[in-house]
Design a protein around this ligand. Sequence first.
Ligand code: AMP
Ligand code: MG
Length: 487
Amino acid sequence: MFSFDNTYARLPQSFHRPARPATARAPMLIRFNLALAEALGLDVEGVTEERIAQLLSGQVIPVGAEPLAQAYAGHQFGHFNPQLGDGRALLLGEVIDRQGKRRDIQLKGSGPTAFSRNGDGMAALGPVLREYIVSEAFAALGVPATRALAAVATGEQVIRETVLPGAVFTRVAASHIRVGTFQFFAAQGDEEAVQRLADHVIDRHYPEARQAENPYLAMLALVAERQARLIARWLSVGFIHGVMNTDNMAISGETIDFGPCAFLDEYDPRKVFSSIDQRGRYAYANQPGIGQWNIARLAECLLPLLAEDEDKALEAANGVLKDFGDVFQAEWLDLFKAKLGLTGEGDDDRVLVSDLLEIMHQGEADFTLTFRTLSKVAGGAAVETLLEPFTVPPPGLSDWLTRWRARIEDGRTPAERQAAMEAVNPALIPRNHRIEEAIAAAVYNDFSFFHRLVDALATPYAEDPDTADLRLPPKPEERVTRTFCGT
Ligand code: AMP
Ligand code: MG
C-alpha cells in the first residue's frame, strides 16, 4: 500500500529507537480517509478493510516500513523534561505525496516503546476519535494541521480511570519534528546533532533558508513566522490547543497533538478546557505569548549556530522573537478584519475588532455564530438577529454596529460582502459537546454519530439543512467545560 522513502531512519542512532507494535486482538477499521490516501498516492486498490485494519494497527508491517520511536525532550507547563520521546507512537515511514511533499505516516497508540516510561503505549478510543474529528475539521477550515488517515479499534482494553476500548490512530504529518526534538540534543550539549537536525529540517521544510547568509537563522525565522501565522489562525476559529508544551509544537508549522483541545462556544479570552491546565497557562488569549516563549526555547538550542559571537547570536534570536510578535499582530488583524468584512485600511480597525470581542465577552456570545450572523447582517439580514448568539444583553452593541456599518462601505454589494464574510466565518466547527457525544456512542460500538460529524465537518462554510443541529451551541445542560488528555 505504501511506497516508503525514509529519511529520518537514516539520521544517527541517537535520533530514534527501533519500535515494535503491540498485538491487537481484534483490529477493526473504524474509518479510513480515502481522499487523503489518494492525495498521498497510496495504492489502495483491492486492499480490503481487514487488511487496512491489520496494517494500520501494526499487526502487519508494510514492506519498506522502518518502525521507530523518535527521541525528544520538552518543556511541559514550563518545566523541562529532558527525556520524553514517542511513548505511544511509532513512525512507520515517509511517503512522497501527489504534490511531491514528504509526509510521515505514524501510528499512535500502537504499544510501548523505549520512551514509554511508565505509560502503556496505548491510546483509548476517545482521544483517537477526537484527533480524527479535529484534524479533519482543520483541513476543511484551511488551518495547517496533521491529518487523519485512519482510526482502528484494537479490541484491546485500555486502563485509565476506567477500562476503555483501545484504538490506533494513523497520523499523517509534514514531519514529527518538534521544538522538543532540538531541545533533546541541546540539553545534552550535542551541538553536532543539533546542526544535523537543523540541516534535515532545512532540506525538508525550509529549503529557501539555504540561500540565506546564515541558513540556521533563516530557518529559525521561518519556523517563527509559520508558528505566528498558525496561532493567529487558531484564534480566528476560536481554537484552544490546550497543551502547548514545546514537545507539542511542530517545526513544520502544522498543528499537532490534539489532546485536550477544544473550540470556544461563548467567547472568553481566558477560557481553558484542559483539566490539567489549572493555572490557565494555555488559555485562549495566552496562546500567542506561549508560542513566542516556545520559539525562544528553540532559539536557545540554535544559539551556537546563529553567530560565532554570543552577543550577536542573542541579538539575532531577539530579532526573531520580536518579528514573531509583529507577524502575529499583523496576521491576527488581517484575519479578524476579514471576519468583520473590512477591506482596505482603516485607522481604527484594530479597535473596532477588539471592541466587538469585548462586547462578545460581556454578552457571553457564541464565537462562531456571532461572526456568521454578522455576515448575514452585512448581507441585509435584520440587525436584531445579531442578538441571537448572545446570552446576556450586549452593552454597546448598537453603537458598535453604527461604527461598523460606516466602515464596511466599500463599493461592494451587500450580497458580495456577505459571501466574502461567509467564506471566512465557518458555520460549523467541531463543538465540544458534539465530540463528546460521538465518543460516548462509539464506546458502545455505535460509530454513526462520529461518521455523521466527520462528514458534516468537511464543509464547514456551508449551511446544509441536514446539519443544522450540529451548528447550534450547546444547551445549558449539554455544555462540556472540561477536556482530558489522551494519556
Ligand atoms: P502528550 O501529552 O501527548 O504530549 O505526551 C507527552 C509524553 O507522554 C510523550 O512523550 C508521550 O509519548 C508520552 N505518553 C503519553 N501517553 C502515553 C502512554 N499511554 N504511554 C506511554 N507514553 C505516553
Ligand atoms: Mg505530545
